[in-house]
Every structure is written in C-alpha cells, then in structure tokens.
Design a protein around this ligand. Sequence first.
Ligand code: ARG
Length: 624
Amino acid sequence: MSQNSARTPRINDLANRIDVGFREALLAAMGESAAATDPSIKVAANPKFGDFQANFAMGLAKSLATTLGKNPREVAQLVVDHLPQSLRDLCEPMEIAGPGFVNIRLKPECIAAALTEMDIPSLGVSDSQGTHSVAVDLCGVNVAKQMHVGHLRATIIGDTISRLYERLGWKVFRQNHLGDWGLPIAMTLAALRRAKTDINRVTLDDLNTAYRNAQMQGRDDEAGLAAARATHVGPHRIAELEAQHDGASAALSDAHDTLRRLQSGDTAIVADWQKLIDVTMREVYETAQILRVDLKPEHNRGESFFRDRLASTVDAFVSANLAMRDDGALVVRFADRERPLLIQKSDGTSLYATTDLAAARYRIQDLGAELVVYCVDARQRDHFRDVFDAVRLIGWTKRSDDSQASLVHVPFGAVLGADKRPLKTRSGENFTLKALLDEAVARGRREVRSRAAVPDAPTSGMSGAELDAIGEAVGIAAIKYADLSCDVGRDYVFDLDRMVSFEGDTGPYAQYAHARISGILAKAGANGATSPIIIGAPEERALAFNLLRYPNAIEDAAAQLAPNRIAAFIYELANTFNAFYQSCPVLRGVDDATRCSRLRLCDLTRRVLADALSIMAISAPTRM
Ligand code: ARG
C-alpha cells in the first residue's frame, strides 16, 4: 500500500538522511563498484554504542576482496572519510567498532530539532487529505440476536482500523453489514408470529430466545446439521446451509414462507421485520456508545440494503460465463479448489455470499474505495477467500482510474474463558456483550474507588460520581486494550483481573501514564510550550526517539491493519516516559531551561499518548 504522501521529518527521515549520506560516501570512496551496496542502516541494539549502526563493511570487503585488498575496518573508515558534510553536521564523529560496524550517534541538537518539528498539532502524522479511501466492514451483528463477544471484536477492531485511516486523512466508509435479510431472521420472525408475540413490546432478550428456539427447531434435520457443521462456517451461514437439505422441519418451511413474503415486500411482515431491526439496533448503538465506537445508523449497509442488487449480481456472473449450473443451483468455480462458491440456490434464492459479492462491488464501484477491509471472525476465512476471488474474476476490483482495489479479510481469533474454551457464562450460555461490559465497568469502578481511598491519591476527595466516571473509563479501557493489543488473529483468554491491572501492558497502565503526566503539568502550572528542547540525559534521548517514532508507528499499524502496533507503541512510550521521569527531575532541583525543556517533553508525551489512545477510542482521564 502506498499511502504516504508528504511526510514530515522524523526519526525515519533521520535514518533516511543517514542512509542517503552513506550511499553518497560509498560512491565517492569506491566508485561504481559500490553503487549497489546497501549501507544497511539499523537502529542500534544498545544505545551505549549510538543511535544507529551501519553494517555494510564486512560484506563489501568480502565481495571486493581482490580489487580492494582492505579489511572491513579499513573499508568502513574509507567510507566514513568520504561522508558528506551535511551528514557530519548531524552526527557526532563516527566510530568504527568490532569487525567493522560504524556506530552513529546523532547530535543532541539534531534530535531536538526533529522533535521541535514534530511538536505541531498533527504530531508529524501525515494527512492524505481525502485522496485515499477505504471501506471498513465492521460490527456485522445479526438482527434479533444479542451481541456476543465476537461482535465486540468485529466492532472495536473495525472502529480502530477506521480511526487509524481517518487519522491519516483517508476517506473512511464504515460499513455495518448487518445480518438482516436471510433465513435466520425469517426463522425468528416466523417463530414470533407463530407464538403470536406482540412485536411492539418485544425486548432484545425475547428476540434472542426466539432466535435460538427457531434455530433449534430448524436443526431437527440431523443430516442437514451435520453437513452444515462440516463446512466450518459461522452460525449465520449454518442456518442457511442447513436449509438446503431435504427433510426440513415444519418450522423451516414456515420460515421459508416468511422469507419469501419478506423478500416480496409483504407489508405486515416487512413492518414486523423493521421492528426487530429497531429493537436490535437500539442496543447495538447503546453498546457502541459505551465502547466509544463510532457506529451510527448511517453506517448501516446490511444485507437488506443489497436486496435489489442480488439479481443483477447473479446475472453478471452468468453473462460473464463465470457461473455454472450445478444441480439447479448456480456456482462459481475456481481453478485451484474443489468446492465452488454457491451464489444462487436451486429455488432461485440467493445467499450470504451473493450479498457479499454485491457489497464488494458497491464498496469499490459505487463508493470508490481502493481498499476494503473486513473485520470478521477467522472462521469465515474460506468464505472471504471465495468471495474475493470471485470479485477479482469478474473484474470488480478494477477502479475507474484502472488501478486495482484490494480486498483484505482481517480474520480475528476467539475470546476464550480461563478453561481455554470459547467464553461462556457459569450456566454455559454465551456471554452477551452487555453482561461482559457491565462486569468490566463494575471492576473498573471498584479499582478506582479503592485507589482513591489511599491518602494523597490524585483522586482522593473526588465525588462518587466523578470516581464512577473514571471507573467506567478504566473498565472499558481494560477490555478494549486487552483485545486490541494482541495479535488480531490469535485467540486470547478473557482475564478481567489482568486486564484491569494498573501494572503491565494494560489499558489502565497506559491511561495512568497519561494521568500522571497531566498531574505533573498541572503542578507545574505550565507546559514549556515554546521553550527550546534540550536533549542531555540518556533517558531524554530514549524518550525523544520514542516520540519521533510515532508517525511511523501509526502508518505501519494502518498498512499492516494491526491495531496491536498502536498498543505496543503506547506501552513502550509509557515505559520510556516512566524511566525518564524516574531519573530526570522535572519540577524541582533543575535549572530553569532544563525544567522548561522537560515540561515540554512531558507535554508532548502526554499529547502523543492521548492521540494514540484516541485511535483506539480509549479515553484518557487527567486524574486516576
Ligand atoms: N452477520 C455476519 C455474522 O455474524 C457477519 C457479517 C460480516 N460481514 C460480511 N460482509 N459478511 O456471521
């Protein structure tokens, strides 16, 4: 992905300037024979030896042994002697070390200058000003069902990826691909109608029960169930696949009938259906608000949104000779795999995949997205592989400027209980997301209240309501950070004790670092805003390098679709700051210039932390 337009000078540009200088020196010292040599500039493993290291000399001495007749240390020295003045001005005198490494240490003024340049509202993060665009498939709840922990992941990972790209100035289209049109919802609707339930008074819990019962009834057909399970797809698709088998129960044929009426616009059914959506979405938006996720009705692009595009989607595959008849159904075949993608059932109805084909086309062709990111459970990996391949086959990835859009599934792992099995409540039920959040908030509040009880705590004397607000922020940060800080694809164990801890790689630890700096700045009554930055102590240097890395960290996280990189950055910055604060006095016992410079470092750190946390939509209280 090439999303880096105008870059602001920063750490990698310092590295880049070093790289360019060394290339020049290589050429000047040994002519064309070294023109292709990579100076191989790396961040030094140990700050004792400098900031960067150039490791070209050993390889070069070996490959040019006969013509050069110099050992690696001599080669290194020769190149260093030819370094352009512009680079010498940036660095302390270079040292040749060991078998021929060049140790490079930047002058403190040069680090201070880079940091000063970064100390602007953008914090050095580039802004593509809407010249790039991405569609992010997030949330994807199924109507009439409670959100479960899987939807937590689809929602917060999707929101974070959206915010990452928004931060980089991309146009972001959030797409909530609601499950609101297929057989599952028809099953629920049919069950509710059979039971003569008053749709005007149902709660999401009622719907959830009806949904489950409907699914159970639909599963009376053992053969269908076995076949569906064997395909390892999500529950949503299982219901759909089951229905393809013979011997469907009465409940199923009732559901089919309801689906047909829904899809043909039967007013009574459509009205009931709309109510189910309203009841479901009310809770989804409430949950989104608690999670601080940006999810609104305008982001809804549910399955039903594509209902009028399904026929033309199927037709397009037929006309392109890409869809074949198979036992009355229509399938798309792939060269490298046995199982085709079913896009129309023999009864003429379409499927989950058909909707996804229409949605991908819409996202690229109508919205103009150059990148489409799907934050969906890893169990749907095969589904997306097939859908993406089909979209490429038919050519819908081609954009109006002839470039190719990318379709990427970000397959996330499961949330496990302490027993390493999918998280369940004590009674063996799936954890609803709401129950989980309630528990996290309660824990956060307990934690914050007990800390406030300690004399001299920054929060002592705050009102109960204030403490509860902070407690809620802590509880929510705890579970969001724990989720977002692990490698997306991996399963993780839901352990609230660990997540809510103020120590270690946790959300509250990151929030606390921010609150602590806010406390320092409040005590100082100033933030050193325009004071010159002075880089002296090694801990100041380490902090400065960490801060300078921020823009790159954000760009990397976006390019790799890896929210955990933001978390890793935050954790390292919080640690580096704590080390700095431990050995570099800020408020007392230092001269004025140092105090002002350090306050400015504190303030910049605070803003970078707050900015990084805001990308994960984690709040940053000023007192904790
Ligand atoms: N509703 C689906 C489920 O819960 C998830 C939707 C994911 N997005 C998509 N474009 N298929 O399984």
